[in-house]
Design a protein around this ligand. Sequence first.
Ligand code: ATP
Ligand code: MG
Length: 563
Amino acid sequence: MPDVILEQANENEKESLNFIEEAINEDLKNGRFDHVQTRFPPEPNGYLHIGHAKAICIDFGMAQKYGGKCNLRFDDTNPTKEDTEYVDAIMEDIKWLGFEWDNVYYASDYFDFVYDCAVKLIRMGLAYVDDSTPEQIREMRGTLTSPGQNSPYRERTIEENLRLFAEMTEGKYDNGAKVLRAKIDMASPNINMRDPVIYRILKASHHRTGDKWCVYPMYDFAHPLSDSNEGVTFSLCTMEFEDHRPLYDWFLQKLQLPVQSRQIEFARLNLNYTLTSKRKCLNLVNEGVVSGWDDPRMSTLCGMRRRGYTPEAIRAFCEKIGVAKSNSVVDYSLLEFCLRDDLSKKSPRAMAVLRPLKVIIDNYPEGKTEELDVEINPEMPELGTRKVKFSREIYIEQDDFMTEPVKKYFRLAPGKEVRLKSAYFITCTGYETDDDGNVTLLHCTYDEASKGGNSPDGRKVKGTLQWVSAEYGVDAEIRLYDRLFNAENPSSEVGVSDFKENLNPDSLIVLNGKVEPYLKQARRGDTFQFMRTGYFTPDYDSAPDKLIFNRTVALKDSWAKIK
Ligand code: ATP
Ligand code: MG
């Protein structure tokens, strides 16, 4: 075994290991393997979601930790649902998350090899062609408590099986007319071992092999063979494959393949208020519930990216949730915690007003403009300050004014004084309303001596408001996103479309706000903390003359209080 690997294995002894690392160490020490090779095996039938991020972090993470390789393998054995659009999107998402694969492979690259393996099994008397209908096969399979029955076609001769399988391959039979099954044990307590189907007839064009094949291998057959053929030592997957492991091992052993890959299962990621299933995400897209796969409310990686999530936050989240075998539901607020933690360091502060209310500072000279210093990011004082223009007319948030303030309301009200961030103290002297009584304009005075927002005489003001100069500020569409579902488990035991009943009607609120002109330079992927209102990123449709900002996450967890 190469020294580095052994060292890593020994080094690991000192840390607390997760069960995957324990298994890897065990096999490195007992000599089953002398290196680590993993793969991430998505089916290209949809976009990756936050659940896949967990698998990606584990698959690539283990290879990195042991100085091994991780390949990207598209599990494209189901031609009717797959598409190259998905292949490209999956690659983009993995790269964005910060991982690099050693090679890209496709299960379809191995169709010849997999086919040869099937023929080999027939020759060994370990596979047979079955003419039973899918219903008959299901009936003969038995149940968890009763054994299955042998198919009447089970004892066909090797010659007959070879001939029929060749004819299936030539296209002589219709879809579903015949299947190839492994001959294992119809009485096995594990239903997966009851002569599983390994090849079916499917007259469909494949996105890579075109019309070359009209028989396609089943996932359970193609997967172990692909792993072994590629040299994968540890095939990491989710718990639902645990009961398939004996079958996985059976194929590798019977075919005596040189690499006896080891499958290790871990729990899927479930997040409350979130769907982590490609099929259900596809349904949201097809039914127009969201604007597309990259709608910022989606749990897809491309949706989260558009929303402003960072790869660092997602990786930190995956690190925090760890690896376990028992299924659990992770609280969404943990993901948001990781997100805020990352964004607070990276995001320059900016002033934006989401629901603007105009303020005229009556004693401030007309036509005067001042450039005030605002800290770029108080968490990174080394970044210094930048200039923000101040003028006689400004906007503040509508919420920051009350005609009759309630108790402990420290913002603006008639006769009350507040601080404008990095600017001046102002006192409200009056307000105007429309016919419905809505406040439309405030009149204030400012204290020139409080420049920079500092108290001139030790007088205290409790509230500090962000503001935008009416003269220099620019319009921006503000999209406030919230979780798409109100229910903790939006799809519990309900059909594919029923989860729509659990939609949060306020998952998107669009506002016309005012922002500092500084934000005109915002580019895709930039993140900002809009003071007091949250983290924002320009939407893909934003342009310098038509700004659109998506709220990535609010500054505080507003759901924690509601619960
Ligand atoms: P979906 O149900 O969303 O279609 P899938 O398992 O069918 O998911 P694949 O493309 O087959 O999707 O998944 C690729 C890899 O990602 C598999 O190894 C799978 O186990 C893993 N994976 C998928 N969903 C999750 C999840 N929620 N948590 C952890 N790993 C996941
Ligand atoms: Mg799958």
